[in-house]
Design a binder for this molecule. Structure first.
Ligand code: ATP
Ligand code: MG
Length: 800
């Protein structure tokens, strides 16, 4: 089984795989370890990755990039609307209200949901890993920003499904980096000692994330994460673009922002300039030829100017650093190391801001581009049963506090309970007890919407069904298990009602016995929480912080690892005192993609992959004809030249030229078979039917004859002309005849008869000629003629 980690970046994607020798980053078909997050739709095919990036400026409206932030959002979402202004292609409201893109593909206007777009990209990354590993890839771990909400996470999961990937974990980017850092560290403090605290900072193209993690031997715990989801390398590019747009307006009287192609070129040049400024503090030029209205533009900038221009962006580096330390209740001196990754942390002023805050040198030992993918591959190896990896436990956290709300029969009408506080360890499950007489609904939402970079607090609603009063009219005790799973997604995982069996000796205080707990290989913890709404309307809600463990990493429970308490419950259940009945839960999740829609996306992706494959085959067939023409022309002027008469040379040149012209005219856009036929027509099929084993015999026979002749000639050369020759002409003629008798029946074996339409046969015979055996179909009489020529020439060679 393959073990793959994918860094799904806003700009750049990386794939890492675990092999027996360690983690490796994979290169794509361009030998590039980075695959641009870019898709270009065309009239016949799609280009994804590097091939698409080169079309950003040429196929402006149909080349999709910068779409990571559209996941799980409605079209009307303010973030989508802000992004929309920046994008040179069109966004579209999908029928379910989500944000999608509108592009021309296969000669028609087509909407694509964001899950389809990322699905295309992931399918490409899947193919790249399959090519590198030479085997199918399905299981993987995909990175996402730690600030992604449930809707965004679910949307990425759906995209993975569209690509045919089985995502074992959505992993927070900084957590992946922390794993890539920690797993190889041999000197981490033992479990009973103070942990080593390390800050991880990732500034990519679109976002800035910080996390602080505590490491002990074989263990990593994320203590806090903070972020600025709107600060990244692209903001620095934008600052430069704005500056040059203003300058060009006065200097050249052009409005760059009105011309999307020019604007895209300016973005590309500004990104290059920004990178150059990271290495060089002096004045650097910006020159773009034929920029707009056939105008060449030029300007310059230096690092000091750049830093001044970006002062407000640089001021945003510190707040998340400050916040992360506060949330983790740590002081600067508690931090052992500060590790930075992500392309934009290469900006010297960004580094300076970080150093200034921590008053400490920052470490750049991790691979700034590949650490996220490597961490994901490591996580995938840990999760995969096929791989043996050093024991390493990873505890991530819940980024935003989550509250449950439900209706009550009391005056205020609702009950609420915060089930997960901000920075609560995750994955984690909790069991909450409700006292209910009827089906009830739990609404989950983010407690503090202002902390969440998302416009909607709702996570989803969960209806616990089949709840009835007990036989004595009392409320039923309903145990509801809520969970933040391995992907960081919240759900009401299960619900059950414990029914008392009115047997003798029954104790009605059974509820505490009903806390189910399971041992967890993945260290998924579980709290018990009592929500008792029967006490005079006052909502009692407390969690017992006795972290018990629960199996959860794939959602499956392991019977062999049941804890003591579960044993007791089982015994109680066996004795028939109480009965646990699972209750059905109906979930309605915010911005959830329906299964039917998802299936249709999966089906469509399959069709598009097939279309691309067919188109590639068609192109390959066309290229083969073109290549053949060029190659043959080249040979005509070199190796074949001596062996061809001027008339034949002329004839062949005309055929080649005709074919070349055809390729640019009528033959420009033909079905694959037409090219295959064309090539066949050009190629000589004279020897196609010959048996390779027989031909080997011929070769052997010839080389033996050659050795015989050479030895005779050598011996002859040593003799004077007055001595008797070592070999006589008659012997040579006999040998030649022997050679003909053996070889000719094999070489000139007639071609099996093929039915050729009369006119075609005629046309072909007109093109025939001794193209070193490369011209059209031969008739039998031609081969006979050839045969005699061949015999003659071989005779001449012998005399040579
Ligand atoms: P995100 O993490 O937001 O999803 P990403 O992972 O695609 O985005 P990265 O590949 O980490 O982003 O970083 C890309 C950014 O880093 C780009 O803005 C790029 O211009 C910038 N960058 C790369 N190298 C340098 C450099 N030497 N100096 C300045 N900026 C750089
Ligand atoms: Mg990144």
């Amino acid at each position: 089984m393959s073990v793959v980690g994918i860094d799904l970046g806003f700009l750049n994607c990386y794939i890492a795989v675990a092999r027996s020798g360690g983690i490796e980053t994979i290169a794509n078909e361009y030998s590039d370890r980075c695959t641009p997050a870019c898709i270009s739709l065309g009239s016949r095919t799609r280009a994804i990755g590097n091939a698409a990036k080169s079309q950003i400026v040429t196929n402006v409206r149909n080349t999709i990039h910068g779409f990571k932030k559209l996941h799980g959002r409605s079209f009307d979402d303010p973030i989508v609307q802000t992004e929309r202004i920046r994008l040179p292609y069109e966004l579209q409201k999908m029928p379910n209200g989500s944000a999608g893109v509108k592009v021309r593909y296969l000669e028609e206007e087509r909407p694509f949901a964001i899950e389809q777009v990322t699905g295309m990209l992931l399918a490409k990354l899947k193919e790249t890993s399959e090519n590198a590993l030479k085997k199918p890839v399905a299981d993987c771990v995909i990175s996402i920003p730690s600030f992604f909400t449930d809707a965004e996470r679910r949307s990425v999961m759906a995209a993975a499904q569209v690509a045919g990937l089985n995502c074992l974990r959505l992993m927070n980017e900084t957590t992946a980096v922390a794993l890539a850092y920690g797993i190889y560290k041999q000197d981490l403090p033992p479990l009973d000692e103070k942990p080593r605290n390390v800050v991880f900072i990732d500034m990519g193209h679109s976002a800035y994330q910080v996390s602080v993690c505590a490491f002990n031997k074989g263990k990593l715990k994320v203590l806090a994460t903070t972020f600025d989801p709107y600060l990244g390398g692209r903001n620095f590019d934008e600052a430069l673009v704005d500056y040059f747009c203003d300058e060009f307006k006065t200097k050249y009287k052009i409005n760059v922002k009105e011309n999307s192609r020019a604007l895209l070129r300016l973005y590309q040049e500004c990104e290059k300039l920004k990178k150059l400024m990271s290495a060089n503090a002096s004045d650097l030029p910006l020159n773009i030829e034929c920029f707009m209205n056939d105008l060449d533009v030029s300007s310059k900038m230096n690092r000091a100017q750049f830093e001044q221009l970006c002062a407000s962006l640089l001021a945003r580096v510190e707040p998340p650093l400050k916040a992360v330390m506060e949330q983790a209740s740590l002081q600067r001196e508690d931090i052992s190391s500060i590790e930075i990754v992500g392309g934009a942390t290469r900006i010297p002023a960004v580094k300076e801001q970080i150093t200034k805050f921590f008053l400490k040198d920052i470490s750049t030992t991790l691979n700034a581009d590949e650490a996220v993918a490597r961490g994901c591959a490591l996580q995938c190896a840990i999760l995969s049963p096929a791989f043996k990896v050093r024991e390493f436990s990873i505890t991530d956290l819940v980024p935003y506090s989550i509250t449950l709300r439900w209706k009550t029969s009391f005056e205020d009408g609702t009950g609420e309970c915060e089930v997960f506080c901000k920075n609560h360890p995750a994955p984690f499950s909790k069991v909450i007890t409700f006292h209910k007489k009827e089906t009830f609904e739990l609404e989950a939402f983010y407690t503090n919407l202002h902390e969440v970079p998302y416009p909607d607090a709702r996570i989803g609603s969960f209806t616990i069904q089949n709840v009835f009063p007990q036989s004595d009219g009392d409320s039923s005790k309903v145990k509801v298990k809520v969970r933040v799973n391995i992907h960081g997604i919240f759900s009401v995982a299960s619900a059950s009602v414990i029914e008392k069996q009115n047997l003798e000796g029954d104790h009605s205080d059974a509820p505490m016995e009903t806390e189910t707990s399971f041992k967890n290989e993945n260290k998924d913890n579980m709290d018990k929480m009592q929500v008792d709404q029967e006490e005079g309307g006052h909502q009692k809600c407390h969690a017992e912080h006795t972290p018990e463990e629960e199996i959860d990493h794939t959602g499956a429970k392991t019977k062999s690892a049941v804890s003591d308490k579960q044993d007791r419950l089982n015994q109680t259940l066996k004795k028939g005192k109480v009965k646990s009945i699972d209750l059905p839960i109906q979930s309605s999740l915010c911005r959830q993609l329906g299964q039917d829609l998802l299936n249709s996306y999966i089906e469509n992706e399959g069709k598009m992959i097939m279309q691309d494959k067919l188109e590639k085959e068609r192109n390959d067939a066309k290229n083969a004809v073109e290549e053949y023409v060029y190659d043959f022309r080249d040979r005509l002027g070199t190796v074949y030249e001596k062996f061809i008469t001027p008339e034949d040379m002329n004839k062949l040149s005309v055929i080649l030229e005709d074919t070349e012209n055809w390729l640019y005219e009528d033959g420009e856009d033909q079905p694959k078979q037409v090219y295959v036929d064309k090539l066949q027509e050009l190629k000589d099929e004279k020897y196609d039917h010959l048996d390779p084993a027989e031909m080997e015999k011929v070769e052997k026979y010839i080389s033996d004859a050659m050795s015989w002749l050479n030895s005779k000639m050598n011996a002859q050369n040593k003799l004077s002309l007055t001595q008797d020759p070592v070999v006589k002409v008659s012997e040579i003629v006999a040998k030649s005849k022997e050679l003909d008798n053996f070889c000719n029946p094999i070489i000139y074996k007639p071609k099996p008869k093929v039915e050729v339409p009369e006119d075609k046969a005629k046309a072909n015979s007109e093109h025939n000629g001794p193209m070193d055996g490369q011209s059209g179909n031969e008739t039998k009489s031609d081969s006979t003629k050839d045969s005699s020529q061949h015999t003659k020439s071989s005779g001449e060679m012998e005399v040579d």
